[in-house]
Design a protein around this ligand. Sequence first.
Ligand code: NAD
Length: 254
Amino acid sequence: RFKDKVALVTGSSQGIGAACALRMASEGADIILNGRTLDERGEKLINQINEMGRKATFLVADISLTQNVINLVNDAVKVYGKLDILVNNAGVEKNHNFWEVTEEEYDLVMDTNLKGLFFGIQAFAKYCMDHKTPGTVVNMSSVHEEIIFPHFAAYCASKGGLKMLTRNLATELAPFNIRINNVAPGAIATPINKSLMDNKEQLNNVLKNIPMKKLGAPEDVAAVVAFLASDDARYVTGSTYFVDGGLTYHYEEQ
Ligand code: NAD
């Protein structure tokens, strides 16, 4: 589905971002990987993508810094001469009581999960408009754009903001042939959930709320991202697709 397409995936050294990069490469895309540093995970990913016969380049950038994310998008365009797909995956979460959250933690979460995306999408939209070329944006949101998560107030605020950002931009960018959608993972087995996966009791409590009674895999999320990024979703914009084993709207037996 991605022959002759170039996709940029932010925060793609591990977890869901890495799975998205591999999935789109397996369907023909050349990939721009991103992270704050290039380490052996990034190197391995480049090799895996090359082995699929696709090109991969890693661009180092901290997407929480506005000028960095703008430069990242502009540099990504230069690497293979075009950019068709932007997957805004990089994200962070902080677990704290609301009354203990510091301004520094709040800024880190909001700047990474919302502000960085905002200006990354703006740079991508300007590129698409200037070059009269269509574009597709997929944002990694969370079930917490919809449902509460006590002790993760800043995270919920960032993903809730992302819900409305996507709804808003779908209308503003549709005349320019730019589609934008969110994917909302539930509990996915990635490094972000390491402490959860290491604590059996806590994990069982989470699984109680998931009708499918298991964590999702990064590849489960990547499959939906690939659908939304592809022409199969050509009439889909301004939506959120939940990948959560039924978590968001589950019914609890009383
Ligand atoms: P992860 O921590 O395994 O991966 C996130 C990646 O983003 C890491 O490689 C990290 O280094 C990178 N990153 C963080 N801040 C960055 C920055 N400022 N600039 C560049 N890269 C940065 O997490 P994951 O589970 O793969 O999560 C990916 C996305 O999915 C996040 O947006 C997260 O909120 C969302 N999500 C995850 C889950 C889950 O259960 N794993 C659930 C809902 C939503």
